[in-house]
Each structure stands twice: as structure tokens, then as C-alpha cells.
Design a protein around this ligand. Sequence first.
Ligand code: NAP
Length: 303
Amino acid sequence: MEKYDLIIIGSGPGGLTAGIYGGRQGSKTLMLDKGPAGGQGLEVPMMENYPGYEIIAGVSLIAQKKKQALKLAELHEMEKVTSIEPLGRIYKISTTKQEYHANSIILSTGSRHRPLDVPGEKEFLGQGVSYCATCDGPLFAGKDVLMIGGGNSAAQEALFLKNIGCNVTIVHRRDQLRADKYLKEKLEEHEIPIIWDSEVEEIKGNIFVESVVLNNKKTSQKTEVSVSGVFIAIGDEPINQLAKDLGLDIDHNGYIITDKFQRTNLERVYAAGDITGGVNQWIVACSEGAIAATAAFEDLQKM
Ligand code: NAP
């Protein structure tokens, strides 16, 4: 069984950064990911707040980080971690493919899209319902689509959809957006309509989505809007099953609790990125990854 100084679970922006730091510090480092490296970072259409780049797509930045990380650490994609077990002073990590031993672990398992939990959402997933405008948006060019949500993701993705030629309308449950001011201004500039105070009651269709039933919360009036696509961006939930199974302390929202060096309550187990909650930003995930790998390296010297 192969043994590593550091195994990083999840290779989004935080995990890849931890891999770069771990490798550079001379630790034998492995990054594992159940999917392709990048996680939700791959879905960000454009970032205008990642220092060093005036504008860059998530997919491009992930490609650069991955290339850099691969020079310093191993990466196994499409290999899901199924369990982590303390084994004396080390940890045994089982995946869908094999088992590893590690002196230290960084959990950067990220978060998943929160579902609306309305009829039709599951049934039409991939047939008009999507949580990723970057991935699926091009299929809807020239068509009418709704973007559900009022945060930065919904605003950013609506702008992306508009830019690729979709007739996008935002649906938000309140009368003002949570999104940053610059994004609100861009929505206005691009004349993206917003249906206020409205929640989705049902997504309807035959094989593909054909319409959405909306309920105006103020007037209780229901309207059925004909659309081909429904994009949902209403926030995230932590992917914390491994953390729970391992007995890590988590907060009331399910995010892993760490100290300022990303240490958890278990020795030589750290957490970085969206799984720790707080400010969900690339730069934060990256810095947490760097801090976690550095703390892991320092703690290994004392082992
Ligand atoms: P978010 O900020 O939590 O916003 C979620 C939005 O969905 C809110 O407007 C919320 O409404 C709405 N919502 C939640 N549950 C709903 C439901 N059941 N039905 C209908 N609407 C619902 O999530 P996010 O936009 O995904 O952003 C997540 C984090 O990433 C944030 O910290 C954000 O700042 C960050 N982010 C930053 C950028 C950027 O810097 N450019 C880009 C993307 C994301 P209410 O407003 O009524 O609560």
C-alpha cells in the first residue's frame, strides 16, 4: 500500500493550491478527486476579482493550477474516497480503486449545489434543468431560459447566458438581489429582466422542460412561463460525509470547524476551501489550501 506524507481529498481551487504547496515543501503529496480536478471552480464563467487577472474563466485558471500542481504532486482523478480510518498515528484512505496510508490529510471536498426541491426538478435534470450555466448554457442559445436565485452566482451566470445568446430572465424570491453592486449594474446594463418576489412551484414538460409555474409571494398569483431551460443557482451545501464519518467537528450548517491554521479537531487532519464555510471565494479557498499544507508540513516535522 502506497504511503504519502499528505493526501488531499478534493482538487478544486483549495485542493490544487494545497497540492502545489505540499509538493514544494517536499512532502510526498497525492490529490484525489471523485471527478475531474477543478470541482465547482470549473463552472465559474468569468472571474473579475482573482488578483493578477483582470478577467479569467474558471476553466482556464483550473487548467493552469492543475498543470502547476502536476509538476509537484500526484493527482488521481475519477477516484472517489469512500472512507478514512485512523490507524494508530497514520490514516488509511480507501477509494473506489485502492487504499493508501497518509501521515496527514487535507479535506477540501467543497460544496454542492442546493436544490430547489420542487416537482419536476429531478425529473428534468439534464433535460432542461441545470445547475451549471457554463456547462449547459450553450445548448440554450436563442432559447428562453430562467435563472433562479438572487446571489452572485445567479447574476454572474445570467450574464454569461445572455452573452452566449440565451433569452434569460432572473427569478428571485425577494424584491432585491443579494448580488454585489457591480453585478447588479451589469444586469441592468445588459437589460436582463427580473421577476421579483417569486418562487418556483413546479417545473413542467414532456421529455424536456416546457414551462415553469411561478408563485408571486406578495400577491399569491400563479403564472406559467414557457421556457426551454431552468438554471438554478440558489447557494451551496457542504459535502461533508467523510468529515462526519471521521468525527470532525462541524458547525450547525455542516461546515468543518478549523482553527486559523486550518487544523481540525483531529491530529494532522486539515480542511480548506468551501467545506469550511465562510466567504466562498476562489482566493479564500486558495489561501486556506496554502495554510493547510503549510500547517501539515510543520506538524509533520514534529511527528
Ligand atoms: P448565495 O450568495 O447564498 O445566494 C443564494 C441566492 O439564492 C439568494 O439570493 C437566496 O435568496 C436564493 N435562494 C436560496 N434558497 C432559495 C430557494 N429555496 N428558493 C429560491 N431562492 C433561494 O449563493 P451564491 O450566489 O451561489 O454564492 C455563494 C457564495 O459564493 C457567496 O459567498 C458569493 O458571494 C460567492 N460568489 C462570489 C462570486 C464573485 O465574487 N463574483 C461569484 C459567485 C459566487 P435570498 O437573497 O432571499 O436569501
